[in-house]
Design a protein around this ligand. Structure first.
Ligand code: GLP
Length: 235
């Protein structure tokens, strides 16, 4: 795997947008695996800018997101569907029918997990999967555990994740305690993986990519991916 260090968040965002934009140029019908969180905000803003400049066309692109909170509908401003609409999908010419996230408000979550797994498989798995990383090494919402989960599954969020994500909610008790996430199977089947990490993640990046491969640090499995790139910002 490649680890590219850049000096600022702006450079990280521009480089990630170069790579994702390059993927869209090479294959206008590609399947982009997308992520939420603070890390990709700059990347999405850069992609929007390039679309507005006429440099990118998203009309044929399909997208699959990693995860969604359980219990939130897509119109809830805290949902990941809302985040994606607001930060990317509504600002470029992607066909909204081709943008997919798990439905965190589905009445039968087991059926929803099976549906989403089948959907991602039917699209042929992501051509490029964008990832952030949690301070505990989670990717998507694959939290540290004794085993890796291959398929889409529901997960009880780690205390540290709930705490980290509470910054985005008005009251800590509003943070959902469970989520539905792609497993590491779909992530490992992506043809390319791009993980972006800000300077505050330097410690976990070191543990994940220079330490042992273990489900206790879920991102460490990317050491086994044949085409994984990490962009780490130094400040
Ligand atoms: C969230 C998301 C992840 C994201 C991670 C890091 O909980 N489920 O997909 O990569 O945590 O988020 P951030 O980029 O805000 O640090």
């Amino acid at each position: 795997m490649r680890i590219i260090q850049v000096e600022s968040y702006e450079k990280l965002s521009a480089l990630a947008a170069d790579i994702i934009g390059g993927q869209v140029l090479l294959n206008p019908h590609c399947v982009l695996g997308l992520a939420t969180g603070s890390s990709p905000l700059g990347t999405y803003a850069d992609l929007v800018k390039r679309y507005e400049q006429g440099l990118l066309d998203f009309s044929g692109v399909r997208t699959v997101n990693l995860d969604e909170y359980c219990g939130l509908t897509g119109d809830d401003p805290q949902s990941y569907r809302y985040f994606m609409d607001h930060n990317l999908f509504d600002k470029v010419n992607v066909d909204k029918n081709n943008t997919h996230l798990p439905d965190g408000s589905a009445p039968d979550m087991q059926a929803e997990c099976a549906r989403y797994e089948a959907l991602v498989e039917s699209l042929g798995w992501p051509d490029l999967q964008l990832l952030g990383i949690g301070h505990n090494g989670h990717i998507g919402f694959n939290e540290p555990e004794d085993v890796f989960h291959a398929a889409v599954h529901t997960v009880k969020l780690a205390e540290s994740t709930i705490k980290a994500n509470s910054r985005l909610f008005e009251r800590p008790e509003d943070v959902p305690t469970s989520a539905v996430t792609m497993g590491v199977g779909a992530i490992m089947k992506a043809k390319r993986v791009l993980l972006i990490a800000g300077a505050d993640k330097a410690g976990i990046v070191e543990r994940a990519f220079h330490g042992p491969v273990t489900p206790q640090v879920p991102a460490s499995i990317l050491q086994l991916h044949r085409d994984a790139t990490v962009i780490l910002s130094m400040a």
